[in-house]
Design a protein around this ligand. Structure first.
Ligand code: NAD
Ligand code: UDP
Length: 314
């Protein structure tokens, strides 16, 4: 198959590209390198079945493909808030452009949506039929509302034009190839711990997240892409829920760091709790995550050790 991965040089996108190359598919990776890095796909460049295109998904592009994984969008609050207008354009125009392509060439299109569509959820754990509690005018809305509109667009192209769509709502995912400066909690804590620097907890650290290792996500996304007669949306996440304080303690423990925990102000609209209900994924995709947090952290820490060495940061 010819598979297009947008955002293919980013954290998750690069794992998807790698997987499809190993499977012998033709892979086209498009990326504008805002948060992605050529280093993430350096090992794929020499493969005959890999093509890299520098392109911004908010602009149209003509390609002939069988499947599209639309993953282009900055995902860390630090990065998506850097240029919020660009972030929402990426979600809205990017999804329209990919839907246009899918419609023209009859491709199957997966949209990477997010648990952020549930905002600061009043329903716990979150099921797909919950409509969410999102501030439409806050600092996270360029991302949250952008992804909500992308879901709307997917559904309208499906109803109006019968485009072959798949929507996954991804919950906090971590693993190797997150950027050192990504700014999300798992990479921040590991990078801080490896340098024996203070671990920065925003607020009290009693807010919760449920962390999924990237291999589980790739497996879930592919199972969803292959499913027939099921368009989603479907939650893809690990239901094991932790406070941010517990995560900090685990990272200190696993790295043996001498870091101390410090507290910084909690950013506006930071969700207080988050945990996926994955009953639908279990039922429709026969999927559930298999990698526990501790195991995933043990696979991720050595990656950041290497990155710090490569970048001569001690
Ligand atoms: P990332 O920032 O590492 O990757 C995003 C990639 O998209 C980068 O390579 C970036 O350069 C590229 N990109 C951004 N804007 C672009 C544009 N306009 N045109 C072309 N390329 C562009 O983030 P990630 O964690 O790998 O996230 C990938 C996707 O998964 C995103 O759509 C994100 O919203 C979604 N997602 C991720 C998580 C998570 O926890 N990692 C959770 C929910 C949803
Ligand atoms: N967080 C933190 N310290 C950090 C980075 C993040 O305490 O250095 C907190 C953040 O306020 C949030 C949680 O960790 O409550 C998860 O943040 P992240 O940016 O990883 O993901 P999101 O909030 O988008 O789920």
């Amino acid at each position: 198959m010819r598979i297009l991965v947008t955002g293919g040089s980013g954290f998750i996108g690069s794992h998807l590209c790698e997987h499809f190359i190993e499977q012998g598919h033709d892979v086209i990776c498009i990326d504008n390198f805002f948060t992605g890095s050529k280093n993430n796909i350096r090992h794929l460049i020499d493969h005959w079945n890999f093509e890299l295109v520098r392109h911004d998904v908010s602009e149209p592009i003509m390609l002939e493909v069988d499947q599209i994984y639309n993953f282009a969008c900055p995902a860390s609050p630090v990065h998506y808030q850097y240029n919020p207008v660009k972030t929402i354009k990426t979600s809205v125009m990017g999804t329209i452009n990919m839907l246009g392509m899918a419609k023209r060439v009859n491709a199957r299109l997966m949209q990477a949506s997010t648990s952020e569509v549930y905002g600061d959820p009043k329903v716990h754990p979150q099921t797909e039929d919950y409509w969410g509690n999102v501030n439409p005018i806050g600092i996270r809305s360029c991302y949250d509302e952008g992804k909500r509109v992308s879901e709307t667009l997917m559904m309208d192209y499906y109803r109006q034009n019968k485009v072959d769509i798949k929507i996954i709502r991804i919950f906090n995912t971590y693993g190797p190839r997150m950027a050192l400066n990504d700014g999300r909690v798992v990479s921040n804590f590991i990078v801080q711990a490896l340098q024996n620097k203070d671990i920065t907890i925003y607020g009290e650290g009693l807010q919760t997240r449920s962390f999924q290792y990237v291999d589980d996500l790739v497996d879930g996304a592919i199972k969803m892409m292959q499913a027939e007669d099921f368009i989603g949306p479907v939650n893809i996440g690990n239901p094991n829920e932790f406070t941010i304080k517990a995560l900090a303690e685990k990272v200190i423990d696993l790295t043996g760091a001498k870091s101390k925990i410090i507290h910084k102000p909690l950013p506006a609209d930071d969700p207080t709790q988050r945990q996926p209900d994955i009953s639908l994924a279990k039922e429709k995709l026969n999927w559930q995550p298999t990698i526990l947090l501790e195991e995933g952290l043990k696979k991720t820490i050595p990656f950041f050790e290497e990155e710090l060495k490569k970048n001569k940061i001690t």
